[in-house]
Design a protein around this ligand. Structure first.
Ligand SMILES: [Zn+2]
Ligand SMILES: [Zn+2]
Length: 94
């Protein structure tokens, strides 16, 4: 019996913690997609002053994530994303 034939390598797809899209790994300390990674990087690299046009309770998911940058960033921060996260992730992998 060749039991190993039953075990095929499967890459587990973990959804982005911020928007639920397909994640691409740990970014800034949180499992996120490329979109949220880039969004967070932009939010940290320049002087940003996002405003929520509604009541700061916008739904942040794959479809709506671009609607409100304020709420998206708040969700990133709430999940623990930080600029230092990228560094510590790199150190963990070394
Ligand atoms: Zn995302
Ligand atoms: Zn909002």
């Amino acid at each position: 019996m060749l039991a190993e034939n039953l075990i095929s390598p499967q890459i587990e797809i973990i959804p982005c913690k911020v928007c639920g899209d397909k994640s691409s790994g740990v970014h800034y300390g949180v499992i996120t997609c490329e979109g949220c990674k880039g969004f967070f990087r932009r939010s940290q690299s320049s002087v940003v002053n996002y405003q929520c046009p509604r009541n700061k309770q916008c739904v942040v998911d794959r479809v709506n994530r671009n609607r409100c940058q304020y709420c998206r960033l708040q969700k990133c921060l709430k999940l623990g994303m930080s600029r230092d996260g990228e560094l510590s992730t790199v150190l963990l992998l070394l």
